[in-house]
Design a protein around this ligand. Structure first.
Ligand code: GRG
Ligand code: ZN
Length: 321
């Protein structure tokens, strides 16, 4: 068996399980600011590989709750860190997947999220004020999972995303910023949740997304840049939402993703031969799920969560039937 012929599921599961076990590792401490996000990435990757039980549920919920910032009313990425909208989304995603949303004070979390919306309609990540369309997506996704979208000023939120749309059909991080596949995902997915895909120039954007595929099968995030496994998700999810997944050569992309696996210790890297990490492991298997790779659980491209979980909450879109 070679690393580029099939997905090495048992090795990837063992790799994800090992991540929380090496607490003396320098990398473990250097990634503290991403801990809650990393747990969401690992858990979602396990769900896609049908191995949700590989991580202990109660321990995970306990850790999520230890990241609660009672002063702000949101979650930090690590105990004693300040609340941030990205960590708050990760906490909500984990609790939804674990069917444990009842552990949180939903009205307080909603208040925290809404407090981050700026007069322009964009969201800040935290009380320090960095703004980015990524945070608009975090707000829309989180409020939707909490069943509280009715409390959002949808017009204002959509107006800011619209103002980030570029001539190439793509979207940037803020007004005037160049199109980038990661930002395209967050803007298109937020508009999908809000049922406002009419704001997207479907044909122009799908062309731009399809042009991200390079001769080696991998996808880049914008013209003239290198391929990277995580763009397999950012680009494919957007194409999937636009119902144009067939505009990518899926065999070549699958082979590229599989060639970035570590055949000895598991995990997937940004590109073949690089060090693996849980972020690229998730987005590699997530893209393979969207491509219909055999044996994988269906992923919802809008929420980046198992389709069955989103279906159970009644949040699947009619075009996903
Ligand atoms: C729940 C799936 C989910 C996401 C949460 C944080 C977030 C919301 C979305 C991130 C979207 C994004 C901007 C992804 C891109 C990440 C990335 C690889 C950035 C690298 O950008 P550059 O400019 O790299 O350093 P390039 O590839 O352009 O050279
Ligand atoms: Zn990457």
């Amino acid at each position: 068996m070679t690393s580029d012929s099939e997905l090495l599921v048992p090795l990837h599961v063992a790799y994800i399980k090992s991540l929380g076990e090496n607490k003396d590792d320098l990398v473990y401490h250097m990634t503290a600011h991403l801990r809650l996000n990393a747990i969401y990435w690992g858990l979602t990757a396990l769900c896609i590989m049908n191995q949700k039980e590989a991580l202990d549920r109660e321990e995970m919920i306990g850790f999520v709750m230890s990241c609660w910032d009672d002063e702000a009313g949101g979650f930090g990425a690590h105990p004693d860190h300040d609340a941030h909208i990205l960590a708050t989304l990760s906490a909500i995603q984990i609790l939804v997947i674990q069917d444990a949303l009842d552990r949180i004070d939903i009205p307080r979390v909603v208040k925290f999220i809404l407090s981050l919306q700026q007069p322009s309609g964009v969201f800040a990540g935290d009380s320090f004020g960095e703004v980015d369309t990524r945070f608009s997506y975090c707000a829309v996704n989180a409020l939707s999972l909490l069943g509280k979208l009715s409390e959002l000023d949808v017009e204002k939120t959509v107006a800011y995303i619209r103002s980030c749309k570029n001539f190439d059909g793509g979207f940037g991080a803020c007004i005037g910023a160049e199109s980038h596949a990661g930002q395209v995902f967050v803007c298109v997915a937020a508009l999908a949740i809000l049922d406002r895909l009419d704001e997207v120039d479907h044909e122009t954007l799908a062309w731009w997304l399809a042009e991200r595929q390079l001769p080696n099968g991998g996808l880049n995030g914008r013209p003239e840049k290198l391929e990277d496994v995580c763009y397999s998700f950012w680009v494919l999810s957007a194409l999937s939402i636009l119902q144009k997944l067939s505009w990518i050569d899926s065999d070549k992309l699958s082979s590229f993703i599989l060639s970035a696996q570590d055949p000895d210790s598991g995990g997937i890297a940004d590109r073949p031969g690089d060090m693996v990490d849980v972020f690229h492991t998730l987005f590699g298997v997530a893209a393979l799920s969207l491509l219909g790779y055999p044996g994988l659980v269906d992923l919802d491209p809008v929420y980046c969560m198992p389709a069955s979980v989103i279906e159970a909450k009644g949040l699947r879109k009619s075009w996903q039937a």
